[in-house]
Ligand binder design. Sequence first.
Ligand code: GDP
Ligand code: MG
Length: 243
Amino acid sequence: MIALLSVVIPAKNEQENIEPLVEEIVASLAPVCPFEIVYVDDGSTDNTYRVLRELAMARFPQVRVVKHQYSVGQSTAVHTGVTHAKGELIVTLDADGQNDPADIPALLEAAKSFTPGQCFCIGGYRKNRKDTAWKRFQSRIANRIRSRFLNDDTPDSGCGIKLFPRETFLKLPYFDHMHRFIPALVKRSGGEIRVVPVNHRDRRHGTSNYTMLSRLWVGIVDMFGVLWLQKRAKIAHVVFDDE
Ligand SMILES: Nc1nc2c(ncn2[C@@H]2O[C@H](COP(=O)(O)OP(=O)(O)O)[C@@H](O)[C@H]2O)c(=O)[nH]1
Ligand SMILES: [Mg+2]
C-alpha cells in the first residue's frame, strides 16, 4: 500500500484547465490511495496562481501550490515539484488536460512489480494522440531516432504522464529540457523502464507553449548530451565486508 502519491503538475498559463483537471484527479485517486497534488506555476502571466490558491483553499486541500517568480521551463518546474513533493512515488501530468488522470491507477498497478528502493520509471504511451497530423509526424520521427540512439526502451519519451519513485528522480542528472529524457536517464542509473498505453485528449483551453523549431533544435542537442551522459555512466555495486 502506498503511503502517499504525489501528483506533480508543471503549469504555465493554464488558468482554465486547472479546475477540471483537479476534479478528475480527485475522482480517479480518492478510491485508490492517499495523494497530494503539487502544482508548480512557472511564472504564468495569466491567473493560474490565483485560481490554484483559491481552489486549494476553498475546495481541495490536497492541492499544494509552488510558484516560480519567473518562467524557467517545464523541466525545472517538474524538478521543483518533485523536490517539494512529500510522497515516495511521483506521477507527473501535463496541466492542459491532454493526459487522462484515469490512467494513473494502471501506472500504479504496473509499479507493484517493483520492490521498495528499486529504481524505475513507468512511462505512458500515447497510442492515439490527439495532436495535429504534422505534430504526430514530427513526434514519430523524433521518437524513432531517439529510441534508436539512446536505447531507452520507450516509444514515447515525451509523454507527460509518468510514474517513478521520488528517490529515482532526484538522483538523475538535472538539466533544462531533461523531462523528455527521463526513461533514458533512469535506465542510465541502472533502473528499469515499463510502458503503459494511455489515453490522450485534445488540449482543453489555450495553446501549446512550444514551437516546432524550438523543440527540434533542443531535442537534437539534448540527444547528443544524453548520449554522452550514457557513455560516461558508471554504477558502483558496493560490497560490504563484515570482517
Ligand atoms: N512549468 C512550465 N510548464 C510548461 C512550460 N511549457 C509548457 N509547460 C507545461 O507542460 C505541459 C505540456 O506543454 P504544452 O504546452 O501542452 O506542450 P505540448 O502539448 O507538448 O505541445 C503543460 O502542462 C504546460 O503547462 C514552461 O515553460 N514551464
Ligand atoms: Mg499539451
